[in-house]
Design a protein around this ligand. Structure first.
Ligand code: GLU
Length: 308
């Protein structure tokens, strides 16, 4: 984030389920982070995955957040209206020689790693891509593309890291994380995008991936601080790499704690028990929710958080 740049945060839910307490925490965190610094807060609907996104959930996001007392700036961006921008970014990466088409089916990949329990996995737990299509002869690649064979577009991670090193004059890809020091100071995190291997940036089913859409929109909306749950901490490495490759501005990051259920599990949209709508129906008030989330004790740079 450049000095003097206005503070802008966002809450960017995917409308494929009802919001639960974890989302409430995330939305309040982002809104409050901006408010305390005199900044702006945006809501963005991340609906590129038309196989899962539903209009009823878009409406519910608005209702639940309003009930919670969160206020955002209009207009609310819908990612499905911005596909052309994401495709332009993919084209640029292709022109830089950093993407290759991958024709592998899930079944084929499963077959490659079958019986190999020690096969490396990415931080989200998915098996790393074995690299099969990275080595396809150019002629075969062209032929299969021309024939319309279904394919995803993968980042050639080694090549991307070499390009990034050149662009950064040998410095590692890194980001500034808010609130990591003992007094809540900003710390530098060295990114490890290689942990994701040749990550998919152009999905076979919907054309683009979350990683591309999120960095394009954070840049286009002038987001200065990306605040979100700790479950996306590792993915920020991929996002920082893409920002470097695409020449996008560098935001700061604040990954907050995750709200867990009584058994210590991360909350999921499919478990209804903590859905805001459900709580509201039971007579829980927005104040109860805020109190239960103990947000006051968790803000970086928050003077109240530094007490004994
Ligand atoms: N749309 C993502 C989700 O609902 C969050 C994106 C982000 O905060 O970067 O998990």
């Amino acid at each position: 984030m450049a000095r003097g740049q206005p503070i802008v945060t966002r809450f960017a839910p995917s409308p494929n389920g009802r919001l639960h307490l974890g989302h409430a925490y995330s939305a309040l965190f982002a809104a409050r982070f901006a408010a305390r610094r005199g900044g702006r807060f945006l809501l963005r609907i991340e609906d590129i995955d038309h196989t899962r996104a539903r209009e009823q959930f878009v409406r519910a996001i608005h209702d639940d957040l309003r009930w919670l007392g969160v206020r955002w700036e209009e207009p609310v961006w819908r990612q499905r209206e911005r596909m052309a921008h994401y495709h332009a970014a993919l084209t640029r990466l292709k022109e830089m020689g950093l993407l290759y088409p991958c024709f592998c089916t899930r079944r084929r990949m499963r077959a490659v790693i079958a019986g190999r329990p020690d096969w490396p996995r990415d931080p989200a737990g998915a098996p790393l891509y074995p690299g099969t299509c990275r080595h396809l002869p150019a002629a075969e690649r062209e032929e299969r593309l021309a024939a319309g064979d279904e394919h995803a577009w993968r980042l050639d991670m080694s090549e991307a890291l070499r390009t990034a090193a050149r662009l950064l004059h040998g410095k590692p890809v890194s980001w500034r994380e808010e609130g990591v020091g003992p007094q809540g100071e900003t710390g530098l995190v060295v990114a490890d995008p290689a942990a994701f291997g040749d990550v998919v940036l152009g999905r076979k089913d919907i054309g683009v991936s979350y990683h591309v859409a999120v960095v394009i929109d954070d840049a286009a909306q002038g987001v200065s601080h990306v605040t979100r749950g700790h479950d996306l901490f590792a993915a920020s490495a991929v996002h920082r790499l893409l920002q470097v490759l695409l020449g996008l501005p560098e935001p700061a990051y604040a990954h907050h704690r995750l709200i867990t259920d009584a058994a210590g599990r991360k909350l999921a949209k499919r478990r209804a028990s903590t859905a805001l709508a459900e709580l509201r129906a039971q007579g829980v008030t927005p104040e109860d929710v805020r109190r239960a989330l103990a947000l006051e004790n968790a803000m970086p740079d928050d003077p109240q958080a530094q007490g004994p």
